[in-house]
Design a protein around this ligand. Structure first.
Ligand code: HEM
Ligand SMILES: [Cu+2]
Length: 696
């Protein structure tokens, strides 16, 4: 409700800037807050400055911001995710530093610590994991299924726009006002208007609603893409494993995101319109929120981890030079996990007063997920068994995952036991558990994917040496940071607390901060690897396109692929179609004839909606009602005007396709096939000599 004192700029005033706090009371807490705001401001100025200096605005607009090519959208998603990852990791480090400062109050105020775990969790889940997963999927899926683009290319661009604008809101909340203190789950009544009247929860709500719309649209887009756009002959049982996991994730999104959006909007109704859905009085009940939230929240972790399973499946098969073992059982396991993930959400409130019977039922349902997961682990191990294993960087991530993830899964089964959960819920044991699945499970998978498909996207390989260092740093850093938390958790150290007074926790916190610093090095190492790889790119070029002796269709085309992906849409006859074609010696056929190719034309709608929705969110957070109404009208107008644009396609003439494709084919025919032993040498130009001795 508009309170009497709100003016033209709503409740926005100079006090909202962090510098106000610093001037009033300069202490360590305010310095940290101002430094963070400073980084955002300097970052924006630096980006704008560099783009202007190198005159990159026009190419940026023409080739990227208006592009509807799934490959470019995928790359933009991944860049966004890595920027947000840097922020998320640094926040984790600040939190660990606070607790490593020892018993007592450390250097942060309680409020500030609460903001940190709220932004950290929100960012890591919604703005790192989700965009990274769908960035990779965007790049890879159409190539894997032999398609020219996703089913709805423009919708894809809009999804990216909405995700980025919500992420930007989290950046803005560093500079103007304060973010929520309610954790990534934003439980009321803690985030209700009575308890938390500031702007924080509103930043959370609108970022979640808008990015949630983007993600839901992405889920629809990818489900339809895999249903409808597969190349002829690619039956469901010939679908690469990664596509299976993405289709299951997409369906999870379609069912899981709406409850979250609804919960957030109901919370907004409570806060803005004085409703009482989740209040403690007047008929409200916060358990309704908990139910809606975890109806989303539990499937969410599987929609993140399933694609990682898919990535590992591809990586294990490729770098063992074998067919994936147990394909059918992996498909069934994936689908079982997807379904089961909807039946377990009550394990998030074992201690909130439901009956012992309900707890037992949901505890058992939760443990059941370990069965299909175990099937997967055995299938992966059987894939490695007697394979000709190459320890390339993606494979190293995969092996680290296999070992560490089993620990995370086990601690999950332990937590699924309600009696144990009574003891350790809301302790750092839980924090150890979920980081144990999120880091080796999700993040390692995404980094494996980044190393695996990078040469496809950019035409040169990433540096192996720095890649190995990065894997080692992530693994050691992960172990040091999160293993101690299992112990302090069992000792009873509560999560989300900015201070503690039991000195026996302190040594563990010291180990954890050392680990967090190693993880910071891992993050830098990712950037160094990229920098070194770009510097040495002439030595690692793989224009032919198949540097790893790949098995699926994306490796059968040039690196980087042309805008239309496939000069001729392939006819699929096998599961690992490209591997089978190489075995038959029929991998690079010369087409009989070429056709004109129609591709979607660039549009600015995604960018426009990104900007408008960003301003709209900001206006709602700060109660600048006229601006919110104006933006609503502009958004509707923009969409209506855009629907009148009917020149949405352009044609690449058959002649041009023929010229490019034949130039590439002659490159293929003149290149020397390279043995797997020389995979990491400059001789590897992307024409693989298949490893025929390996078991297939
Ligand atoms: C990379 C190093 C990381 C460090 C040092 C770190 C550290 C932390 C810390 C200190 C907390 C607060 C724990 C508590 O007391 O409740 C936390 C919470 C959390 N972290 Fe991380 N984290 C890291 C990476 C990640 C990643 C990669 C993800 C997800 C992909 C993630 C997701 C979460 C979530 C969801 C929470 C819960 C936030 C909440 O309680 O509201 N973290 N992390
Ligand atoms: Cu759960």
């Amino acid at each position: 409700m508009t309170s009497p004192e709100t003016g033209f700029f709503g409740r926005l005033s100079w006090d909202a800037l962090p510098i106000a706090g610093l001037l009033q009371d300069p202490n360590a807490n305010e310095i940290v807050a101002n430094a963070a705001a400073g980084v955002v401001i300097v970052g924006v100025i630096a980006v704008v400055g560099l783009l202007s200096w190198f005159r990159l605005w026009t190419p940026l607009w023409r080739d990227w911001l208006t592009s509807v090519d799934h490959k470019k959208i995928g790359i933009m998603y991944v860049v966004f995710a890595i920027v947000m990852l840097a922020r998320g990791v640094l926040e984790g480090v600040v939190m660990r530093a606070q607790q490593a400062a020892g018993p007592g109050d450390g250097f942060l105020e309680a409020e500030h610590f609460a903001e940190l775990f709220s932004t950290h969790g929100t960012i890591m889940i919604f703005f790192v994991a989700v965009p990274f997963v769908f960035g990779i999927a965007n790049y890879v899926i159409p190539l894997m299924i032999g398609a020219r683009d996703v089913a709805f290319p423009r919708l894809n661009q809009i999804s990216l726009g909405l995700t980025v604008s919500s992420g930007m809101m989290l950046m803005v909340s560093l500079v103007v006002g304060r973010f929520s203190t309610g954790g990534w789950t934003a439980y009321p009544p803690y985030t209700g208007a009575a308890f938390n009247p500031g702007v924080g929860p509103d930043y959370w709500i609108w970022a979640i609603v808008v990015s949630g719309i983007g993600t839901t649209l992405t889920g629809i887009n990818f489900a339809v893409t895999i249903y409808k756009m597969r190349a002829p002959g690619m039956t469901f049982m010939r679908l690469p494993m990664y596509c299976w996991t993405i289709i299951c994730s997409s369906i999870l999104i379609v069912f899981a995101m709406p409850p979250l959006g609804v919960a957030a909007l109901m919370l907004a109704a409570d806060r803005y319109l004085d409703f009482h859905f989740f209040t403690n009085d007047l008929g409200g009940n916060m358990m309704n929120y908990a139910n809606l939230f975890w109806l989303f929240g539990h499937p969410e972790v599987y929609l993140l981890v399933l694609p990682a399973y898919g990535i590992y499946s591809e990586v294990f098969a490729t770098f063992s030079a074998k067919r994936l073992y147990g394909y059918n059982s992996l498909v069934i396991a994936t689908m079982s996990i997807a379904v089961l993930s909807f039946t377990v959400w009550l394990h998030h409130f074992f201690t909130m007063g439901q009956s012992a019977l309900i707890n037992a039922v949901f505890g058992i349902a939760t443990m059941l997920i370990a069965i299909p997961t175990g099937v997967k682990v055995y299938d992966w191990m059987a894939t490695l068994w007697r394979g000709r294993i190459r320890f390339s960087v993606p494979m190293l991530y995969g092996l680290a995952f296999l070992m560490l993830f089993v620990i995370g899964g086990l601690s999950g089964v332990i937590l699924a036991n309600p009696t144990v959960d009574y003891q350790v819920h809301n302790t750092l044991f839980l924090v150890a558990h979920f980081h144990n699945v999120l880091l080796p499970g999700v993040l390692f998978g995404l980094l494996a994917a980044y190393n695996y498909w990078f040469p496809k996207a950019f035409g040169f390989r990433l540096n192996e040496f720095w890649g190995r260092i990065t894997v080692a740093l992530w693994t050691i850093g992960f172990l040091l940071t999160f293993m101690p938390l299992y112990f302090v958790g069992l000792m009873g150290m509560p999560r989300r607390s900015f201070s503690y007074d039991d000195p026996s926790f302190h040594p563990f916190m010291i180990v954890a901060i050392v680990g967090a610093l190693v993880i910071t090095c891992a993050l830098f190492s990712v950037l160094i690897q990229l920098w070194v790889s770009i510097r040495d790119r002439e030595k690692t070029r793989v224009p032919v396109g198949d540097p790893w002796d790949g098995r699926t269709l994306e490796w059968s085309i040039p690196s980087p692929p042309p805008p239309y992906n496939f000069a001729i849409i392939p006819q699929v006859t096998d599961r690992d179609d490209f591997a089978a074609a190489k075995e038959r010696g029929a991998a690079y056929p010369t087409p009989d004839a070429y056709e004109d190719i129609e591709l979607p034309r660039n549009t600015g709608i995604g960018f426009i909606l990104c900007v408008f929705s960003g301003i709209w969110m900001f206006a709602l957070v700060w109660w600048i009602w006229w601006l919110a109404v104006l933006m609503t009208v502009l958004i509707i107008l923009a969409v209506i005007i855009w629907t009148f644009d009917d020149s949405t396609e352009f044609t690449i003439p058959a002649e041009e396709v023929r010229r490019d494709h034949e130039a590439w084919l002659s490159l293929v025919y003149n290149e020397k096939a390279v043995d797997r032993d020389y995979e990491t040498s400059p001789e590897n130009r992307g024409l693989a000599r298949p490893d025929l001795e390996a078991v297939t």
